[in-house]
Ligand binder design. Structure first.
Ligand code: KIV
Ligand code: NA
Length: 270
């Protein structure tokens, strides 16, 4: 199976219509990437790995080295989906030059096809700078988790007219700057639809609308790894239950000395 290209993803939306919605999930490890690869168009090495893998309180402390290590693992584990790696907080906001230097490291050291960064109009110049120099960029507007210290939490965005207009304008400016797609996170549905209609490139919804051009979820969220998940998550499995159930049975068998059994032990040749 040949790997999907970023231009092929971009072309999914033609004259405002996306006949086949874009499927995207997060992946942080090689094995996870292997399992998701055949089902997805895009794999996102999200900086949500800060909370999901490292137990950090937000994505703010995530480093470029973390993204490089996990990005390389996901590229190694996948063959079909195009891999997008998040630029972590503090590695791109200062200037287009800073962003280019760090985005180039992500491409060179992981083999990923594109990067994602958060922010709207303020990031448009940077998106143009990168995409004109060989680095495809996915934008991310609405609820932008790296801005949690400014936003004050993870509440849905776009409930006031001013906020709604800003989100649509943000998406539009990223599209005009050459972003190949824009994630629209945690916004009221009419604004997700308005932003989708306002841009020529595909929108990828998460807490957006089924009318977005694609969807993304954090894999651990949709697989039921956590008790508490945002409203926009649908659980397709109960991984937490499976893992804790397996650990419970294992622990009981070790304590009863019924594990390892005869099948799991080596015996001398007779
Ligand atoms: O970090 C992440 O997982 C993301 C997606 C939820 C869009 O940015
Ligand atoms: Na992210």
């Amino acid at each position: 199976m040949k790997r999907l290209t970023i231009p092929a993803i971009r072309r999914r939306k033609k004259d405002g219509v996306t006949a086949e919605p874009i499927v995207m999930l997060t992946a942080y490890t090689a094995r996870q990437a292997q399992l998701l690869d055949a089902h997805c168009d895009l794999l996102l090495v999200g900086d949500s790995l800060g909370q999901v893998i490292y137990g950090l309180p937000s994505s703010v402390p995530v480093t470029l080295d973390m993204m490089i290590n996990h990005g390389a693992a996901v590229v190694r584990g996948s063959y079909h989906a195009a891999v997008v790696v998040d630029m972590p907080f503090g590695t791109y906001e200062q200037s287009p030059q800073q962003a280019f230097e760090n985005a180039a490291r992500l491409l060179k050291e992981t083999g990923c096809a594109a990067v994602k960064l958060e922010g709207g109009e303020a990031m448009a110049e940077t998106v143009a700078f990168l995409s004109q120099r060989g680095i495809p960029v996915m934008g991310h507007v609405g609820l932008t988790p790296q801005a949690v210290n400014v936003l004050g939490g993870y509440n849905a965005r776009g409930r006031s007219d001013a906020e709604a207009d800003k989100i649509v304008a943000d998406a539009k400016s990223l599209d005009d700057a050459g972003a190949f797609a824009v994630v629209i996170e945690g916004v009221v549905e009419p604004i997700a639809i308005a932003a989708t209609k306002a841009i020529a490139c595909p929108s990828i919804g998460i807490g957006g609308s089924a009318q977005c051009d694609g969807q993304v979820l954090v894999t651990e969220d949709m697989c039921g790894m956590f008790e508490r998940v945002p409203r926009f998550v649908k659980r397709y499995a109960d991984i937490a239950g499976l893992i804790s159930g397996a650990a419970e049975t294992y622990a009981a068998e070790v304590r009863a000395r019924s594990f390892p059994g005869i099948e799991q032990t080596y015996q001398p040749k007779k």
